[in-house]
Write a protein that binds this ligand. Structure first.
Ligand code: HEM
Length: 892
């Protein structure tokens, strides 16, 4: 497949390798995904296809655009918005990105400033309101001159957006909207002009143009729209905050998009200004910009806290807006890492911006050292000291190092999402945070707390947050720390370099998955994630969903009224088949699936027992149990090995995951993966994709049987969205809102990944405690989800707690069933689609009730939190007699 850099500048491949060291940028502002980010991204891509296809030269170009993931910018920057508004915003940003992309492409709008200005004038007309009714004036008037199909497309999309967005804006906001769009288009035109004349402006001129072409005015307006507030009357007071917010976003954008922009010969970027106008070397320019980002972030935070401490802090709408603005900044930065367009098609940010970046390689890979400067050549690891990041961004907050490295003139270390100073509303107080560090009660000699984790793990874990924010646990001779406070959890998850995969869970998981994605350490993980990511791209979801439908239908065909069965087994069998079918094309996978289905649950149990064993000697004794465990692993190895061989023989790319793995090649060496490496990834995905979703499904049926009123509301939604009792299609998923809430609440109370471990790679500090290298740090989505401090009445199953206005106050680190940071579940969208579809299909047709005496057995310790055997009896939901066929409005 060709890539953007080759398309734009084919001669680049002939130039010598040019590299620059990118220091890590500060991450002082929080970011979060909208709870419906995946659905919104998918729906928004559908919107682009519907309205803007004509703006692309062909299907391939359109697909290229969609692969850049612009549809996630909206959900990332307004994570707390009501879902429809978030979708409006996502579409809006996609719309302006289409324009922006055309501007940077010399063959499209960017080829001719005059033509672009004419198109832009029409677009502004489409959004202009003259009578305050919200109707776009000029849209249907004869003076709108249609010049090409693409212009019609811009216009139709504009009308659709305006129809949706304008009713949510006040008259003052509507006026600002028109002006902001005009400013954006003016900025775009100035960029075209600079490109055509070859002028590189000075820093301030460049910033002024970028403020417009970046869309800063409407970014703030969209933030208001997302938060459902109107800041028009407060703009003067907010001006200073906005200055630093805007500059931070622009500099980060220009820094991270530099590869793309220099390839496109873009003149209007601060990197080029510093190198070509100010005479800095590229490395110095990058370092300087990194410092500026830090300064703008800190100043923004200081000013924002000042506003909150003053009279405006009493205004709920201002507080809500500033909170939303934090997310806008944090989310915008996250997006810059996430979009493949800066790094080469198909690639995504791999967890860090730090490292050497090849400016010309087709797909970027951050290296620990420059290609021309290997450790062997220089005798030192990492970048030369002069090129290290000029600023320590306080990644280990509160550590002596970070305080000393802060610029002397900078305000006191500023708030970060993962650091310990946030108060309840997500903002920081100036006072340093005092953490409660404790040792868990109930240790016994020799074994420490291992018996508690063995016998009553959930109860034990749920009790620890009450004892401290960071709690020390002893597993035999080993010490471990449970991060109980959400901020500490986020610190751990967002600093994956320091808190790397390790600890008992992953050491033992390696027995099963070797060095697969879930267990690999930081450096290997980057490469692996990049390789597997394409298999989880949203564009593949519709295909996966139709495959899921087939499998669910096949399972339901065997259900008989009144015949009890183990729902946990059934759901695991189902999810295993679904994962296996996405991994192996039907022909090669058919033999492997039953074998895997037999071996895997038994192996999983053995892995957990080894994880919590106080010492390692037991597993080495040749007891019948240990021999069985080893035999099962070998059996699994054999059958998957054969499947890999089959695939290698077949050769063809069937579009399944195994084909991706077998055909993957290292960019540098051209080498493929060995069978052992493929085996590890196959096992990782089989386990990651089966246990988690299977357990979620078993729990949700248990919960529904216990809460008939919730089941009734679920049925009401299903009857409305799927009126003919059919299985949902991919396009139905975003409409299954209550279904999603039920599943999300299930994940809060019964997160399959209930305890996870990390190991520190260097001396660091967490919650005020200095941790030596190799210290085990754990987090438990189960214990986090049961904390009364974050969830009102946590033992109550209440799906409505995930309604946007109620969930807004939940700290980010309190609800992490899919984890966060660069080790976040790669299959989260897949898993959510799978559980939503399965629940919707089954609950549309069947009601499940426990067989007499059946109940979940959570005392059975496993690596994933399941119900244990759970016999349930199916009864068809007969539409005619169903007492629960109320509409959602009647029951809500
Ligand atoms: C309800 C469904 C799911 C839940 C609750 C879940 C949960 C998680 C969690 C918590 C992690 C991070 C572990 C850590 O922090 O150490 C994770 C990682 C992972 N999950 Fe999932 N998962 C689900 C579905 C899936 C599916 C369907 C797949 C694959 C088809 C999958 C594959 C993986 C992989 C490969 C990783 C490792 C990611 C990495 O380290 O880059 N998961 N999952």
């Amino acid at each position: 497949m060709s890539n953007i850099f080759q398309e734009i500048s084919p001669e680049l491949s002939a130039t010598p390798v040019r590299e620059v060291f990118y220091p890590e940028l500060p991450r002082l502002l929080p970011y979060a995904y909208h709870p419906k980010a995946a659905q919104i991204e998918i729906a928004s891509n559908g919107w682009i296809r519907k309205h803007l296809t004509a703006c692309f030269a062909g299907e391939e170009e359109l697909l290229f655009f969609l692969r850049q993931r612009n549809g996630i910018y909206g959900p990332l920057t307004v994570p707390e918005a009501e879902a429809q508004r978030a979708l409006d915003i996502a579409d809006w940003y996609q719309y302006v990105t289409v324009i922006d992309s055309s501007v940077s492409d010399r063959s499209a709008l960017g080829a001719d400033e005059g033509a672009a200005r004419r198109v832009f004038a029409d677009i502004v007309a489409d959004f202009t309101v003259e009578d305050g009714t919200g109707e776009p004036a000029g849209a249907d008037t004869p003076e709108v001159v249609v010049r090409s199909t693409a212009e019609v497309a811009y216009g139709t999309a504009a009308k659709d957006l305006w129809r949706r967005i304008s009713p949510g804006l006040s008259p003052a906001q509507k006026r600002r909207f028109g002006a902001s769009l005009a400013a954006f288009l003016r900025g775009c035109a100035s960029e075209i002009e600079a490109k055509l004349t070859g002028n590189v402006p000075d820093y301030e001129t460049c910033i002024q143009v970028r403020l417009d072409s970046f869309g800063c005015d409407f970014i703030e307006l969209m933030t208001e729209y997302g938060a459902a507030v109107d800041m028009s009357e407060f703009l003067p007071e907010l001006a200073d905050v906005h200055v630093h917010c805007r500059r931070q976003m622009i500099i980060i954008n220009d820094l991270l998009s530099w590869r793309k922009e220099q390839a496109q010969d873009d003149k209007m970027t601060v990197v080029r200004v510093l190198t070509e106008r100010e005479g800095l070397g590229l490395q110095d320019a990058v370092n300087r910009l990194c410092e500026l980002v830090e300064q703008h972030e800190r100043t923004y935070i200081e000013l924002r806290d000042g506003l909150l401490a003053g009279p405006l802090g009493e205004r709920a709408e201002v507080v809500a807006y500033l909170r939303a603005l934090d997310h806008m900044m944090g989310g915008s930065q996250e997006f810059e890492y996430l979009t493949p367009r800066y790094y080469g098609d198909g690639s995504v940010w791999d967890g860090s911006t730090s490292g050497w970046l090849d400016l010309d390689a087709p797909i970027v890979r951050f290296r620990a050292e420059p290609a021309a400067l290997t450790p062997e050549a220089t005798g030192q690891a990492g970048p030369p000291a002069a090129l290290r990041c000029p600023v320590d961004h306080g990644r280990a907050p509160g550590s002596a190092d970070s305080a000393a490295a802060a610029p002397a003139t900078a305000p006191a270390p500023a708030p970060a999402p993962a650091t310990p100073h946030s108060n309840g509303n997500g903002h920081r107080s100036a006072a340093p945070r005092t953490w409660r560090v404790a040792t868990a009660q109930g240790a016994v000699p020799v074994l420490g707390h291992a018996l508690h984790l063995w016998r009553r793990p959930l109860e034990f874990l749920a009790g620890l947050p009450g004892q401290g924010d960071l709690v020390e646990i002893r597993l035999g001779p080993k010490k471990a720390y449970l991060a109980c406070h959400p901020d500490l959890v986020m610190q751990v998850l967002l600093d994956a370099r320091t808190f790397d995969k390790g600890g008992p869970l992953f050491e033992k998981a390696r027995l099963l998955v070797g060095n697969g994605l879930v267990s690999s350490e930081f450096d290997d993980h980057r490469t692996q994630r990049r390789m597997l990511q394409p298999a989880f791209h949203p564009s593949r979801m519709p295909g996966y969903v139709s495959l899921m439908r087939e499998e669910v239908e096949a399972v339901l065909a065997d259900w008989r009224e009144g015949e009890a069965f183990d729902v946990s087994d059934a759901m695991h069998a189902l999810t295993l088949r679904i994962t296996a079918r996405t991994m192996f094309s039907t022909s090669v996978g058919e033999r492997a699936i039953p074998e895997v289905a037999y071996c895997m649950p038994l192996i999983m149990r053995g892995v957990y027992q080894r994880m919590v064993a106080p010492t390692g000697w037991q597993e080495r004794i040749p007891t019948p149990g240990n021999r069985r465990f080893d035999a099962l692993r070998e059996r699994m190895h054999a059958v998957i090995g054969e499947t890999i061989e089959d695939q290698r023989r077949a050769g063809a790319d069937r579009g399944d995951l195994l084909s991706i793995l077998v055909n993957a090649r290292d960019e540098d060496t051209g080498e493929g993966l060995s069978d052992a490496e493929i085996y590890d990834q196959v096992m990782t995905l089989l386990i990651g994709g089966t246990e988690t979703t299977g357990n979620t499904m078993a729990w949700v049926f248990h919960v529904l049987a216990e809460h008939p009123e919730i089941e009734r509301r679920l049925h009401a939604e299903l009857d409305e969205v799927l009126p003919d009792g059919r299985a949902p299609e991919f396009a139905d998923l975003p409409r299954l809102d209550y279904t999603w809430r039920v599943l999300h609440e299930t994940l809060r109370m019964y997160p399959p990944a209930w305890l996870l471990t990390r190991a520190t790679t260097k001396r660091t500090e967490l919650g005020g405690k200095v941790l030596e290298p190799g210290t085990i740090v754990m987090y438990s989505p189960y214990s986090l989800g049961r904390q009364a401090g974050h969830f009102e009445d946590p033992e109550r199953f209440d799906p409505d707690r995930w309604l946007p206005d109620r969930s807004a106050g939940v700290p980010r680190g309190a609800m992490v069933p899919f984890s966060a940071g660069n080790r976040k579940c790669i299959g989260d969208t897949f898993g959510q689609a799978e559980t939503t579809l399965t629940l919707a299909t089954i609950a549309t047709r069947w009601r499940l009730r426990p067989a007499p005496g059946a109940k979940p057995n959570v005392a059975v310790p496993k690596a994933s939190l399941g119900t244990g055997p759970l016999d349930m009896i199916p009864t068809p939901r007969s539409r005619a007699v169903r007492p629960d066929s109320l509409t959602p409005s009647q029951v809500s």
